[in-house]
Design a protein around this ligand. Structure first.
Ligand code: PLP
Length: 227
């Protein structure tokens, strides 16, 4: 069933975002469908997510383990094929719950978290796909590995913790043009032979796609401004 875009702003927004992603894929010579849209549903209750599910969206992003654990199990029962991505900061003591709940984690950024995830992945016998967050703007308040520490951290993930890393993620500084950060993240991923690039949000995802994003994380442009 398709939600009626005339009665659901979120479904209409989703259709417009999908069209923009397809246009950016085409304009940058990328294969159509090569970019995964993660609909960021943090702070939105289940009933606000329903029209987006009805419109066929199945990949969602959340920032808080507790919030995601509260709302997604029931939606998952009703809607098969949902893929959940953890995109917010993750505390090591939430690693067990995160491994059980999420299909991908975009915020791996320190050895203690790598160790906790490794332990829980072994225990659970299931592994979310993993992205290492890079603090490309070197902002003190922001999560992410500093660029200078990336090579060492990737080596530790692989050699000490037995983790397979799919790609890199960044959140550019709010007050800088994001393109330079996207290009930098793409360069770092290429240097390390990583194919995944999680970058681009509501305001800048078309630029991110031009610079190689494989995953864009879009919240407010679909669901409306968060309260
Ligand atoms: C909230 C959030 C997003 C979505 O931001 P919008 O501007 O609403 O599209 C993307 N990525 C991360 C890491 C976020 O925390």
């Amino acid at each position: 069933m398709q939600a009626d875009p005339n009665t659901s702003p979120a479904a209409a927004n989703l259709a417009a975002i999908r069209a923009g992603i397809a246009r950016a894929e085409r304009d940058s010579g990328r294969r159509l469908g090569s970019v995964t849209l993660i609909a960021v549903s943090k702070t939105y209750p289940g009933h606000a997510i329903l029209p987006v599910l009805e419109a066929g969206q199945r990949v969602f992003g959340e920032n808080y383990v507790q919030e995601a654990a509260g709302k997604w199990p029931v939606l998952r029962e009703a809607w098969p094929g949902i893929e959940l991505h953890m995109i917010g900061p993750l505390q090591s003591n939430k690693a067990r719950e995160a491994v059980a709940l999420f299909d991908a984690i975009h915020s791996l950024d320190r050895p203690s978290l790598a160790a906790a995830l490794s332990k829980e992945i072994a225990r659970a016998g299931r592994s979310p796909r993993l992205f290492v967050q890079v603090n490309t703007g070197e902002e003190p308040q922001k999560g992410g590995v500093l660029p200078a520490g990336l090579a060492g951290f990737l080596a530790a993930c692989r050699d000490e913790h037995g983790l397979t890393i799919e790609g890199l993620m960044c959140i550019p500084p709010a007050d800088e043009p994001p393109s330079a950060h996207f290009a930098f993240l793409a360069k770092l991923a290429a240097e390390h032979g990583l194919t995944g690039l999680s970058m681009g949000m509501s305001a800048d995802h078309e630029q991110a796609i031009m610079l190689g994003a494989t995953h864009v994380r879009i919240g407010s442009a679909i669901f409306g401004a968060r309260g």
